[in-house]
Design a protein around this ligand. Structure first.
Ligand code: PGA
Length: 275
């Protein structure tokens, strides 16, 4: 059973007042949109310093607050880093790992991602592992190889029980913050590829249960067609998650079929399609 998972990635945006204003308004907008939070998981990946305040607002409201990054060590002389134990101490249960901006601007490697995923697991923090190809790979037709490699390297040494605790976000770099969304077909092709790689590594049972999100210029006007695709179980939303009304509309995406049935897809079908 895969429950849709829609998450906002605020990146380095909002002051504390803007964050708390968003929180109050978002709760209201979800009500206005008549979102049933038992049918969709929702999270905001906020800057660290806003997490506590948002958690208070979202308490008992079924909205998670997550971190955008963490280090893999528990404590020590690592100036500027935040540890998994600090996050779990705050009651944070989700973290983004290996976002393309971390990889690009802060030199985060896939090997570091693998260590972070293992560390997250030991603290009951559910990671969202981001993978995606750049424009060069897409234009050269090597995007599938690039994503396969990034996924396998980021899961190197990660056991099935640790992996199944994670979600994977497919985020093509050329679609992030550009206004240029992958077509639903392109997104589905890559989500299906990711599921088949997960199935090869961990078996179809684990792969079947794992959440795969799409990310890259998701908006209220394109979420439904993306969510209608078989292997896309959710979205990681950047820019459009900064606006409470717009993000509530995204969470309310109109695919009642997926929300109702929390459908199960056989990886056998995915593998068949891939061959
Ligand atoms: P975007 O960002 O929705 O602004 O394209 C997505 C992301 O980076 O997670």
């Amino acid at each position: 059973m895969r429950k849709p998972f829609i998450a906002g990635n605020w990146k380095m945006h909002k002051t504390i007042n803007e964050a708390t204003d968003f929180g109050e308004l978002f709760v209201q907008k979800l009500k206005d949109e008549q979102v049933d939070l038992s049918k969709v998981d929702v999270a905001i990946f906020a800057p660290y310093i806003h997490m506590s305040a948002l958690k208070v607002i979202f308490l008992l409201r079924g909205i998670d607050v997550g971190a955008q990054n963490m280090f893999y060590e528990d404590k020590g002389a690592f100036t500027g880093e935040i540890s998994p134990s600090m996050l779990s101490d705050l009651g944070i249960e989700r973290v983004i790992i290996g976002h393309s901006e971390r990889r690009k601007y802060f030199g985060e490697t896939s090997a570091a991602c693998a260590r972070k995923i293992k560390a997250a697991y030991t603290h009951d923090i559910r990671p969202v592992l981001c993978v995606g190809e750049d424009l060069e790979d897409r234009e050269a037709g090597s995007h599938k190889d690039a994503v396969r490699k990034m996924l396998l390297d980021s899961l190197d040494g990660v056991q099935a029980v640790e992996a199944e605790f994670a979600a994977v976000a497919y985020e093509p770099l050329w679609a992030i913050g550009t206004g240029k969304t992958a077509t639903p077909e392109q997104a589905e092709e890559m989500a299906a590829l990711i599921r088949s790689v997960l199935a090869e590594k961990y078996g179809s049972k684990v792969a079947d249960d794992m959440i795969i999100q799409y990310g890259g210029s998701v908006k209220s006007t394109n979420i439904a067609e993306l969510m209608a695709k078989e292997d896309i179980d959710g979205a990681l939303v950047g820019g459009a998650s900064l606006d409470a009304a717009e993000f509530a509309k995204i969470v309310a995406f109109d695919d009642s079929v997926k929300k109702e049935s929390l459908k199960q897809v056989s990886v056998k079908n995915v593998l068949k399609k891939d061959n």
